[in-house]
Design a protein. Sequence first.
Length: 94
Amino acid sequence: MKPLKSEDLVVFVHGTFANIEKGWASIQDEFHGKLNKAFYRKTGRLFNFTSFEWSGLNSQFERQHAATNLAESMKLMHVDFKRIHLIGHSHGGS
């Protein structure tokens, strides 16, 4: 993952029963563009966006498994980005 003139990465984490194919966590959703414009107006910085994929199943095991995978992914992402911002919803925030 190469940054595009940005030190910031925003990672969306969807909640239970959701996925990264559709909805607010989808990289194709217009929410990302609107959020990037708002962030730029407030900070003067460009942001990159990505979505973290996990099963979305409603179980403690799946959430813990996803949390471990997210932590490992963030270690790799941090090589390319100075700051990583997480935005989660429902169990995507736990």
